[in-house]
Design a protein around this ligand. Sequence first.
Ligand code: SAM
Length: 231
Amino acid sequence: MNYGYIDLNGELPLELNPDDEEDRYFIQLYHHVATAVDIQGKDVLEVGSGRGGGASYVKRYLKPRTVLGIDIAQSAVDLSNQLHQVPGLSFQQGDAENLPLEDELFDVVLNVESSHCYGNMEKFVAEVFRVLRPGGYFSFTDLRFANKLQETRKLFHESLFTILKEKIITENVVAALDEVSEWKKESLKKVTPFFLRKSFYDLTAVKDTGGYNVLKTGKKIYISCLLQKPV
Ligand SMILES: C[S@@+](CC[C@H](N)C(=O)[O-])C[C@H]1O[C@@H](n2cnc3c(N)ncnc32)[C@H](O)[C@@H]1O
């Protein structure tokens, strides 16, 4: 359900099981976010876990102790629980702005291409801070209109987190969009009625649609950040 990511520094491609190959570019965005820190043996929360494929990749390949995926859509949570039955991985319904979780439960919080949907980003950041253990990490990626990017940066800077890394990854995301465009078009053709097809192409940023062009021309920027809660 995300735009995908290609490492442009010529790093070796990720080794994936044949069953995961179809999702390679979407998984690579998760890999980028979830390997910003070592999560092996850690308790991980993903906020906005969608259909759960990313959380499943993280649990199966990067070996955290547990992964909990939270999504506001009950249908996405039900589908995730049905599709991904992996020990230590679970999904639960909840709102990013009011997480149904106790304080200081997690070592790492992941957030992939979801925060642009939230009404109050400040509340979300405060919630992430609350559920992280001291010294815990918040690894974030999403897109923003270029003229709104400063707002997100300011919010992070003014939060109680320490900012460890910030990277603009628009080029990496556009490279992935280019790579998956034809496949996405063909897949969407099979599952969407003709009259809705254009909107779905746009929503999923198929090449040469508005959703794609805003990134290609720099009107929207894709950013990733790693933040840490003080010890
Ligand atoms: C574009 S999808 C990305 C899903 C997944 N992270 C991925 O990369 O495949 C955005 C997800 O955020 C979820 N979402 C939107 N608003 C939310 C909120 N307030 N709290 C939790 N999840 C939310 C949506 O239901 C959707 O599943």
